[in-house]
Write a protein that binds this ligand. Structure first.
Ligand code: NI
Ligand code: MN
Length: 226
């Protein structure tokens, strides 16, 4: 599995020959100028919630690539009205796709569309393939529900966690999340994009290392291989 960081909370994951884009917010991200959304491949687009910094480029990418949107019922319905194919899920559900399974899990956050309309509940995803299990937290606070993930789904190879604080978990909560998730390898996201979420990256990596945890912070466009 190859996980490419596209800036903010956006990822591109290659799994079983399919490409899965997560929460594309690229064209308005000053830090992600090196990413050309017209060159991104996508078979699926996973959307954790309806906030603008997670859905901005969904429509453009989906219309060009014919990617299927996997999200909550409300978000899938919103994109279906624009002629985009979707697969609706809700929290607690699992579905088998051609690349593996998606488990939709709880996130503690909010989820209105940029125009204020209802975007359902925010979520996280566990992507499970034959060889790997990765947790993509979405925008969330630390929750006790994270303890359920390894219990129900099994040992995680990677946790993708927000670490920018203010709108989501910060470093301290993300370190505790590793304990709840029983996972030592983290890809940090949702930091540095705008003023409220700027972090000291060297300090953050050091704080994880002190607890024998590995925090990966990728330059935009770089990838992590599992
Ligand atoms: Ni959000
Ligand atoms: Mn966000």
């Amino acid at each position: 599995m190859k996980i490419t960081y596209l800036g903010h909370a956006s990822l591109s994951i290659e799994a079983h020959g399919k490409t899965i884009i997560i929460d594309p917010y690229i064209t308005e991200n000053e830090l992600a100028k090196s990413i050309d959304i017209n060159k991104l491949e996508a078979d699926y687009i996973l959307v954790t919630h309806a906030h603008g910094d997670h859905i901005l480029d969904v429509e453009t990418i989906a219309k060009r690539t014919k990617a299927k949107v996997i999200s909550n019922f409300e978000i899938v319905t919103y994109f279906e009205a624009k002629g985009i194919e979707g697969h609706p899920m809700n929290i607690g559900g699992t579905w088998s796709f051609d690349f593996g399974k998606i488990h939709m899990v709880n996130a503690l956050h909010s989820s209105s569309f940029p125009d204020g309309s209802y975007g359902g509940n925010p979520c996280g995803f566990v992507l499970e393939t034959a060889h790997h299990k990765i947790y993509i937290a979405g925008d969330t606070a630390l929750t006790y529900d994270m303890k359920l993930i390894p219990k129900l789904i099994g040992e995680l190879d990677l946790a993708v966690l927000p670490i920018g604080d203010n709108f989501t978990m910060g470093v301290k909560s993300a370190i505790k999340a590793c304990d709840f998730l029983a996972c030592k390898k983290v890809l940090g996201y949702h930091y540095d994009t705008f003023g409220y979420i700027k972090i000291d990256k060297v300090k953050a990596i050091g704080r994880f290392a002190k607890k024998r945890l590995e925090l990966n912070l990728l330059p935009i466009g770089d990838a992590l291989k599992l």
